[in-house]
Design a binder for this molecule. Structure first.
Ligand code: CAA
Ligand code: NAP
Length: 243
């Protein structure tokens, strides 16, 4: 399926990104996995899966530029599949939030989509092929207590996805969003136990999702055959109600 295409997964070494990196590799893509800080986790992931890892901060445009150049050199070609997956939370009520907590979440979750997409789009346009999948969130659709920063960033991803999809459509590039509900990763395990229990009780399927269940949706969208699906959001949330 992957035909040896070059794929980059941001935050591709842990959690949802790890599952996406593995699924892409299994399907025959040549995979690069980015990460931000956790060298131990990245090295273990790389060794176990034989996938090259690249450390940089996706919120920093110049760092992204160097990272993309490094991958292009190592792989001897340009990125054809970009999964904008890396993200963070800094949960607290707005009346307790300072500018840094706001800005860091917006830069890491939303501005990173600009940074990375801007750096791959020219070559995708030239090649008349590209796949961009942005990982948003159910909480960008619903809003969540304690997440004005995160919900705003994730909601912004929907607008970014739809606008870029229009611009890129005539060049064989599709741009879609996957919107996970609550998935069993370290990000969710950081939620206070009593609050998480209440959240899980609201999921019709009755459990947290697994990272592999998100990877499955991503694989559907990146396929060459998914060429007529663009500007869409694929929700993967165990049936949680959406307004
Ligand atoms: N809904 C309604 N009321 C809530 C509430 C909630 N979820 N959480 C707290 N409150 C209330 C408290 O009962 C309390 O009320 P009183 O003042 O009347 O006693 C008040 O708000 C203040 O509570 P806290 O002091 O605990 O609030 P806080 O500002 O310290 O932060 C919080 C609370 C840590 C943000 C907590 O609400 C929380 O963890 N919420 C869930 C956030 C969440 O779902 N995060 C998901 C992370 S994973 C992820 O984001 C992945 C994804 O995309 C799905
Ligand atoms: P996670 O387990 O916390 O993993 C996050 C990954 O992103 C790690 O590889 C981390 O690298 C990387 N990362 C974080 N900040 C970075 C930065 N500034 N630069 C480069 N890499 C960075 O998170 P997850 O739960 O898998 O979430 C992945 C994505 O799905 C996020 O965008 C998240 O918002 C979204 N999402 C998650 C859920 C969920 O329930 N888990 C639901 C909806 C959407 P390090 O290892 O170096 O820290």
């Amino acid at each position: 399926m992957g035909k040896g295409r070059i794929a980059l997964v941001t935050g591709g070494t842990r959690g949802i990104g790890e599952a996406i990196s593995k699924a892409l590799k299994k399907a025959g893509y040549r995979v690069a996995a980015n990460y931000g800080a956790r060298d131990d986790a990245a090295q273990a992931f790389s060794k176990e899966n034989d996938i090259a890892v690249y450390k940089w901060n996706i919120a920093d445009f110049e760092a992204c530029k160097k990272g993309v150049e490094h991958i292009t050199k190592d792989f001897g070609g340009h990125i054809e599949v970009l999964i904008n997956n890396a993200g963070i939370t800094r949960d607290m009520a707005l009346h307790k939030m300072n500018f840094e907590n706001w800005d860091m979440v917006i830069e890491t979750n939303l501005t990173s989509c600009f940074n990375m997409s801007r750096l791959v789009i020219d070559h995708m346009r030239e090649k008349k092929f590209g796949r961009i999948v942005n990982i948003s969130s159910l909480n960008g659709q619903l809003g969540q207590f304690g997440q004005t920063n995160y919900s705003a960033a994730k909601a912004g991803i929907f607008g970014f996805t739809k606008a870029l999809a229009r611009e890129a459509a005539s060049r064989g590039i599709t741009v879609n969003a996957v919107s996970p509900g609550y998935i069993a990763t370290e990000m969710v395990k950081a939620v206070r136990e009593d609050i998480l229990e209440k959240i899980v009780a609201q999921i019709p399927v009755g459990r947290l999702g697994e990272p592999e269940e998100i990877a499955r949706a991503v694989m559907y969208l990146v396929a060459d055959e998914a060429s007529f699906i663009t500007g869409e959001t694929l929700s993967v949330n165990g049936g949680q109600y959406m307004e």
